[in-house]
Write a protein that binds this ligand. Structure first.
Ligand SMILES: [Zn+2]
Length: 246
């Protein structure tokens, strides 16, 4: 392990569990409960699945666009999502497959899908993609596959494409002297669509987690400025406060 690798691992472990460095001699522990010998134990996986199945639904709207979520960003779901995003060796596939299935089912129920649909993940900076996983992208691909399967069951003709159509105007830059809020606002104002769309283009926007919806709003604005219509927004997990507000 390189020094950078060790530091990343350390900061992840500390952030995740708040435990001391001494615990790192036994690195394989469940992200949900801390049980040794597994990255996600059966009980916690069951809790994640149960939580997603119980909670997924419509959280309200963002700029009149339906916002659909799979789980509440707390407890085991929160810790699992953090691990899926930041732990290189975390087996996120099982978790993400449950999550994408729930999202696809909900969107099938809630939204009248057009014959041709683009699924677009919220952007992630190059730095983030390199240092972790691009979970929004993984969810977008998973939802696309699940929707095709559901459409097959109902014998409906759907053309779905997953397109990384959003990005940041510039990656990095000098944000060091800005406050947290300024930095975030700056980032949001830098989101742009990489292409123009024809007026008929209908889009489902996807992100892993949302709290205030500010990033999602910026994404919607970026897509609609270039001619697309966003018909639904999917998030893997939503902060509990956001659910109760809507
Ligand atoms: Zn566990």
């Amino acid at each position: 392990m390189t020094v950078a690798g060790i530091l990343k691992y350390l900061s992840f472990q500390l952030w995740l569990t708040g435990k001391s460095v001494i615990d790192l001699v036994a690195p394989t522990e469940c992200v949900g409960c801390g049980r040794l010998g597994t990255k996600l134990c059966q009980e916690c996986l069951g809790e994640v699945i149960g939580g997603i199945n119980l909670q997924s639904g419509l959280a309200g709207t963002i700029d009149t666009i339906p916002l659909i979520y799979a789980g509440s960003y707390e407890g085991v779901i929160r810790r699992t999502m953090v691990a899926a995003k930041h732990a290189d060796d975390f087996p996120s596939d099982r978790y993400l497959s449950v999550l994408t299935r729930a999202l696809a089912e909900r969107i099938w129920e809630e939204i009248d899908l057009p014959k041709s649909l683009l699924i677009v993940p919220a952007p992630s900076s190059k730095k983030r993609i390199e240092s972790g996983r691009y979970v929004a992208g993984q969810i977008a691909i998973g939802v696309g596959k699940e929707l095709m399967e559901i459409a097959g069951v109902y014998r409906r003709n759907l053309v779905i494409q997953v397109v990384e159509a959003l990005g940041f105007v510039s990656d990095g830059g000098t944000q060091a002297e800005l406050s947290g809020i300024e930095r975030r606002t700056n980032r949001e104002s830098q989101i742009q669509a990489r292409t123009f769309f024809s007026n008929e283009t209908q889009i489902i926007l996807v992100d892993d987690v949302t709290a205030t919806g500010a990033t999602l709003k910026a994404c919607v604005k970026a897509l609609e400025t270039k001619g697309a219509k966003v018909i639904g927004i999917l998030v893997g997990a939503i902060s509990p406060m956001s659910i109760s507000q809507t």
